[in-house]
Every structure is written in C-alpha cells, then in structure tokens.
Design a binder for this molecule. Structure first.
Ligand SMILES: Nc1ncnc2c1ncn2[C@@H]1O[C@H](COP(=O)(O)OP(=O)(O)OP(=O)(O)O)[C@@H](O)[C@H]1O
Length: 252
C-alpha cells in the first residue's frame, strides 16, 4: 500500500497551494500531515482523492496513476472529512449510518444487500461497543461520534485511510483513546492523518509531512519535530513541552 505524489502542484482560487510536492507514503504505518491553518493539508487529501484537480503532477496509488480519477479509488481508500463539514444532527442511529455506507459500496441492486458482519466488524474495530449501536448519532459525545465516522470509513475494509483531523474537537480522554485505536489500525493499514497536535500520535508515527503551502519537509518524527524545522514552518507558534508531557486543550 503506497501513495506516491510526483511533482504535485495544486492551485485554489488561482493561488498556488502546493508546489512540486514529491513524497511517498508507504504502509502499513501512520503518516501525519501537519502545518499551520491554511497550509494545504485538506487540499492535499482532496488532491489525492481526485476531488481537487492538480495543475501539474501525478498521484499514484500502488503504482496506478489515479490523478483526478476518484472513481478508481472505490474500495482502496476510506476518507473521513473534518467533522465540522458533516451534518451531525441527521436522524440516524450508529448502526444505520455505518450500514447505509456499506451498502453504497456494493454493486447494484445495492440497497438490498446487507452484511451485518461487515458493519459489526467496522463498529468494533472503531472501538464502539454494542450498547451504542442503536443510539442516535446526535446523542453521542464528540469522541464517540468521531468513532462512528471512523467505522464508516472502515466498513468496506480499504487498505488506505485518509483522515482529516480525526482528533479535533474531542475531550482529552476521548482523544487519547481514539489515537490508540488509530495506532492499532496502522499496524495493518496505511493511515494518513492531518493534525495540529503531532505529539499525541507520535509513538505510532512512521513519517511526518510538514507543510506550509509551497514549502514542505518530510521525514521521520525525529527529523521533523526539531527546532530548526518547526521554526521554519510555524515561526514562533510552537514550544517544547517538558519531557514530552503535554496538556491537551480541547480546541484545535
Ligand atoms: N473550497 C475552496 N476554494 C478555494 N480555496 C480554498 C478552498 N478551500 C481552501 N481553500 C484555500 O486553500 C488554502 C489551503 O486550505 P486548506 O483547507 O487545504 O488548509 P489546511 O491546512 O487544511 O487548513 P486548516 O488547518 O485550517 O484546516 C487556503 O488558502 C484556503 O483559503
């Protein structure tokens, strides 16, 4: 499982956001994409998925050129957008939301195809216990909800997951538990997550891509999370935390 970006160059509103990006994400393992607000993290995920068309360059998934062809990615990549972009008050139960997504992955007549085993597995792998399955999504905590959206990306069992700020807007306990779940999943899948808080998942992280629009650096955490690199990308907007201890706030 591999995502290879070759000279990837993307504009939004006629402004260059990514320029000649050349990186290789290899799985299984966890890759973090970090960078300040507006750095281009979501844009990069959308370009990989083919929803934003690059002005130059290519996206290869397992050596197949998928540039601007989202239809080729079915079953290969699961995508979880930022929760803030989703309708959270829809009248669905946890089970219904994941089941309905599973059926959308099936060939016609998909509405009649059910596979409760796939739904159960996805819910359990996302860390959702049975007593939550028939609750309405709108009644859940932020962390539980995030797990439902994770289950939705897992239901077709894709080898690659792209997760846009999966740990944002959840309480510290929920965040640590979800980080653990993602760490475990990264033992068998390629998981690419955008984040504003690289430390919480650092122990599972193989590589970090640090972005600030056309500027980027890519390497293992020990090479990227160092003062020279952080200052270049964040200016003064970062600080060392004593002995790796970090108090997480709830807003990212
Ligand atoms: N739909 C859009 N149309 C035009 N420009 C956009 C659109 N979405 C984002 N942009 C611009 O693209 C640039 C990169 O934005 P993007 O959302 O990819 O950054 P990000 O790193 O994900 O930010 P954040 O950490 O705040 O989520 C920004 O300048 C932004 O204004």
């Amino acid at each position: 499982m591999e995502i290879k970006l070759v000279d990837l160059t993307v504009k939004r509103n006629n402004t260059l956001v990514l320029s000649n990006l050349n990186v290789d994400f290899r799985g299984p393992g966890l890759v973090q994409i970090i960078g300040p607000n507006g750095a281009g993290k979501t844009t990069l995920l959308l370009a990989i998925l083919g929803f934003v068309k690059p002005v130059k360059g290519r996206v290869l998934i397992d050596n197949v050129d998928v540039t601007s062809r989202p239809e080729t990615l079915k079953g290969r990549i699961g995508y979880m957008p930022q929760t803030s972009e989703l309708e959270l008050n829809a009248p669905f139960t946890v089970w219904e939301l994941v089941d309905c997504c599973f059926r959308l992955h099936r060939p016609w007549p998909r509405l009649f195809k059910r596979d409760s085993k796939a739904v159960r597995n996805a819910l359990l792998r996302a860390g959702l216990t049975e007593e939550l399955w028939h609750k309405r999504v709108s009644e859940l905590s932020g962390g539980e909800r995030q797990r439902v959206f994770l289950a939705r990306t897992l239901v077709a069992d894709p080898p690659i997951l792209l997760l846009d700020e999966p740990l944002a807007n959840i309480d510290p306990q929920g965040r640590a538990l979800l980080a653990e779940t993602l760490g475990r999943l990264s033992e068998e899948k390629l998981i690419v997550v955008t984040s504003h808080d690289p430390l919480i998942m650092v122990k599972w992280t193989k590589m970090i891509l640090i972005l600030n629009k056309t500027l980027y650096a890519y390497g293992p955490p020990g090479e990227v999370l160092v003062p020279e690199v952080l200052s270049k990308f964040y200016g003064l907007g970062w600080e060392w935390v004593e002995k790796g201890v970090h108090i997480y706030d709830t807003h990212r």
